[in-house]
Design a protein around this ligand. Structure first.
Ligand code: NZQ
Ligand code: ZN
Length: 388
């Protein structure tokens, strides 16, 4: 372990088939005004909305609703939530949904009482939160982002064509998160595989940095193996409880900061995807999968030993009579095969990108310098062209 770290994660997790039974006692910790935040229609279709409303009613809560949070949540929707919080003196924001709903809720939580323009203050200047923060609780229905146990809030500013992520500190993390794998049974296949790849991407972004012998790297390899094995089961049988629950916990572990401890961390694939998402509105994990393979083929030489280790420990390549380069590339090839196995598109064109968008995406992508290779905007453009 090369770098010093402090570790604190305040989110209480309730996991399993009976997890929702804990909502009532959690609600008792907050005042009567609740802002219920959810997506377009999935929770009404699968019955979760009715169950949650019943518990809120039994708990004598006054409920204001913010419905219709879209995938890749927008700044406009977030500010509408901030207005509702102030108007109704909200005591708790209850997010019921996937990463978009939870990210939006955290955004509302920090923005409602901000005296400055929240976009500039928090998503551009990344200033410390110095205003009142409204507590957030979550009920997770779509797995992948890890938002249920972290401070991430990724918001799309539709006017500025920017999808910016901000990682807030522990006072913005959900106070509690309810994780019942059964709620994920109704997630459509394209979203399920998007979430699976998002989790794998979080693990790779943290893994491919530094070349030290780090306990975190061993943890990540274990979680990657669990994720890949269980993804294969879930694709065949989406109703397999064990597989869905393993995937759910892999996703939470994948970005609850445990798998980033003492690591430099890269995150360039995410930066590229965020701008691909700003222009195409694609599901997050699908955009990540498309750009990952050309990105890793481009940078592997700069972190060769780690890519060899990835090929051997994650993809079980023996590497006998192979050069380091051959082993590393064989590992990336296995990653590419896995993406195809998940049924994910492999070109930007398939998710609605046009040729004119590519330079706009490349020039607006944030460039990180914590991975193996710091890219230029021109190099990002080349990577995008390769998978156009
Ligand atoms: O809107 P509804 O009708 O609820 O449908 C949603 C949505 O269309 C549907 N869905 C969710 N649960 C369902 C369901 N459909 C049927 N049954 C269920 N149980 O799934 C669709 C996608 O949901 P969304 O929340 O958008 O997906 P995800 O969890 O992948 O979140 C994506 C957002 O999170 C950000 C992404 O950039 C993107 O904006 N991220 C957040 C991170 C964080 N907070 O740390 C990190 C990630 O890297 C990521 O950037
Ligand atoms: Zn992600």
């Amino acid at each position: 372990m090369k770098f010093d770290f402090n570790y604190y994660n305040p989110t209480k997790i309730y996991f399993g088939k009976t997890a929702l039974n804990n909502l009532k006692k959690e609600l008792a910790n907050y005042g009567e005004n609740i802002l219920l935040v959810y997506g377009k229609n999935s929770i009404k279709k699968n019955g979760l909305y009715d169950k949650v409303m019943e518990i809120l009613k039994e708990s004598n809560k006054k409920v204001v609703e913010l419905q219709g949070i879209k995938s890749n949540p927008t700044y406009t929707q977030m500010m509408e939530g901030a207005r509702l919080v102030k108007e109704n003196n909200v005591d708790l924001i209850l997010a019921v949904g996937g990463g978009s709903v939870i990210d939006c809720s955290k955004g509302i939580a920090v923005s409602a009482y901000s005296e400055e323009d929240p976009w500039q203050k928090y998503w551009v200047d990344c200033k410390r939160v110095d205003n009142k923060v409204v507590p957030v609780g979550s009920i997770l229905t779509m797995v992948g982002t890890g938002s249920e146990m972290n401070g991430g809030s990724v918001i799309t500013n539709e006017e500025k064509m920017l999808k910016n992520g901000r990682v807030f500190s522990a006072n913005v993390y959900p106070k509690f998160s309810i994780l019942n794998p059964e709620y994920t049974y109704t997630v459509p296949k394209n979203q399920m595989v998007s979430g699976i790849f998002d989790t794998l991407s979080h693990l790779m972004e943290q893994y491919f940095s530094g070349d030290d012998n780090n306990t975190t790297d061993y943890v990540i390899e274990g979680v990657m193996n669990a994720l890949i094995d269980n993804a294969r089961v879930a694709i065949e049988n989406p109703m397999d409880y064990e597989a869905r629950s393993n995937i759910m916990w892999c996703a939470t572990l994948g970005l609850n900061t445990v798998t980033g401890l003492s690591k430099e961390q890269d995150w360039e694939v995410h930066m590229i995807e965020h701008q691909v998402g700003a222009y195409t509105d694609c599901p997050h994990g699908i955009g990540l999968a498309i750009v990952s393979v050309p990105y890793y083929r481009y940078i592997y030489k700069y972190g060769l030993d780690k890519f060899v280790r990835f090929a051997k420990k994650v993809w079980k390549i023996h590497g006998k009579d192979m050069s380091k380069d051959e082993i590393a590339l064989a590992g990336i090839e296995k990653l590419s095969d896995f993406i195809k196995e998940l049924g994910i598109p492999t070109t930007l064109r398939e998710i609605g990108a046009t040729e004119e968008m590519l330079p706009l995406i490349a020039n607006s992508t944030e460039i990180m310098d914590s991975g193996y290779k710091k890219l230029t905007a021109d190099e990002i453009l080349e990577i995008l062209k390769e998978v156009y």
